[in-house]
Ligand binder design. Structure first.
Ligand code: AMP
Ligand code: ZN
Length: 464
């Protein structure tokens, strides 16, 4: 079975052809550790966790190397430590453990290697020295800068030209920069900031060089897949490529980027009050725990290259579905060899997670419970052991108001009718919505509805 993946670098889907036959290596940019991971961070983690699981399934667990770093040196961390009057290491250690706990709660396996940037500073210094020697970087006033114009392919990954970037960007014009586009590889530290001795004085690395150095140390000159959220494409990944290529490395073959997550149609932000950490959700959103599997299900229900919306309705539907599947498969013995090939095929096609979830729905409907259990566990959506969810916090089905429930059930019935090419049924439901004053809007990813000022839901009754 060939796995095809969309490569940002070539803007096309391509077969995964491992550099070393039968082995796959993957690097994913991890968190900067100064705060709880939010639900958007979790999307990136769950997406690449699903890819990791697929790769292990295809190539065998011992043949896949997955590296995800912790950025534990960063000015945001220094600011947080100063704000709280606590040592930096206390903040980074605490936050790292939170991250691991929260990601475990949503079923993410631990990567094989989780390097911390601070453990690789000598490697970064060495790489920077090499870049200076080759004329791709220069030291000035305690800083070292990467000479963007020394790398002809700069901007290729993100599809930008250097001149457009200069015109459009709010680039920091610092006196020590030869060119406004040049970015920092190393910067000086004062007595209050963490620093390491270097040929350019006591200082600390810039953010981008970390990933280049750690990927090289742990995966070598070239590796198969590099991942992260699409907010990292520029400048972070563009800069990683420039540094690594100029250091004489091949670097990554396939670049994968997940789209961003929003909440109820809006950008997630603290000021809008729609900012959720993973901990908020699995702790007490809606007054009770949301099971980690439910968070995971919602995140996987949209394809990773589409923007997605976190909504309360999705979490509630996911709870219902997962609870049903868990109950159906409660007594079924888990057999990892019986994962549905249809689900694996869907995932092998550029990680089509909604397609794989559709397979789970079919297995549930057909009562193919052995495959449902195996595939659900494989995707991190069901537990291998026997559990009774009926009294467990979070698995109690949340009450929806009956009108919303009826409308959403009808939308689902209409979508199923369309999928089954039962257009008469789909039209009947659509006409009933029109008559009742339910305004249904189909977006690319999902269907939303509102009520017209004049509406009469009793007109839906006949359909039930
Ligand atoms: P950060 O700690 O902000 O650098 O982000 C860590 C990871 O989470 C990166 O891969 C980001 O691309 C990803 N990420 C941040 N915000 C979102 C979001 N709203 N939706 C999806 N991924 C995100
Ligand atoms: Zn990175």
């Amino acid at each position: 079975m060939t796995i095809t993946l969309y490569n940002t670098a070539t803007r096309s889907k391509q077969p995964l052809e491992p550099i070393e036959d039968g082995k796959v290596s993957m690097y994913v940019c991890g968190p900067t550790v100064y705060d709880r991971a939010h639900i958007g961070n979790a999307r990136a983690v769950v997406v690449f966790d699903m890819l990791f699981r697929l790769l292990r399934h295809e190539y065998g667990a011992e043949s896949v190397t997955y590296v995800r770093n912790f950025t534990d040196v960063d000015d945001k961390i220094n600011a947080r430590a100063a704000e709280e009057g606590r040592p930096i290491s206390e903040i980074t250690e605490e936050t790292t453990q939170w991250f691991l706990d929260d990601m475990a709660a949503i079923g993410a396996l631990e990567p094989n290697e989780m390097p911390r940037a601070t453990a690789y500073v000598p490697h970064m210094v060495k790489m920077i020295e090499g870049l200076i020697e080759k004329g791709h970087a220069y030291a000035a006033e305690g800083h070292v800068l990467f000479k963007v114009r020394s790398y002809a392919d700069y901007g290729k990954l993100s599809g930008r030209s250097v001149n457009d970037m200069i015109a459009g960007a709010r680039v920091e014009v610092a006196p020590y920069k030869e060119d406004p586009m040049d970015f920092v590889l190393w910067k000086p530290s004062d007595a209050d900031t963490p620093g390491w001795d270097s040929p350019w004085g006591r200082g600390r690395p810039g953010w981008h060089i970390e990933c280049s150095a750690m990927a090289y140390e742990l995966l070598g000159e070239r590796f198969d897949i590099h991942g992260g959220g699409n907010d990292l494409t520029f400048p972070h990944h563009e800069n990683e490529i420039a540094q690594s290529k100029c250091a004489g490395l091949d670097f990554a073959n396939i670049w994968m980027h997940n789209e961003m997550l929003q909440v109820e149609g809006k950008k997630m932000s603290k000021s809008l009050g729609n900012f959720f950490t993973v901990r908020d959700l699995v702790d007490e959103q809606f007054g009770q725990d949301i099971p980690g599997e439910v968070v995971r299900f919602v995140l996987l229900s949209t394809h990773y290259r589409k923007p997605m919306d976190w909504t309360e309705a999705k979490a509630q539907d996911a709870t219902k579905t997962l609870r049903k599947w868990a109950e159906q498969t409660r007594e079924i013995e888990f057999d990892p060899l019986l994962v549905s090939q249809d689900a694996v095929d869907a995932l092998s096609s550029d990680l089509n997670t909604p397609g794989a979830i559709a397979v789970l729905h079919r297995l549930s409907k057909k009562d193919d419970l052995v495959a449902l259990k195996a595939t659900g566990v494989f995707m991190g959506l069901l537990r291998p052991e026997v559990v009774d969810l009926s009294n467990m916090r979070g698995w109690v089905i949340l009450e929806r108001d009956p009108a919303s429930e009826m409308i959403e059930d009808l939308i689902q019935a209409r979508n199923e009718a369309r999928e089954n090419k039962d257009y008469a049924k789909a039209d009947e439901i659509r006409n009933a919505f029109v008559a009742a004053g339910v305004l249904v809007k189909d977006n690319a990813e999902e269907t939303t509805w509102t009520l017209a000022a004049e509406h009469d839901l009793s007109k839906l009754g006949a359909l039930k």
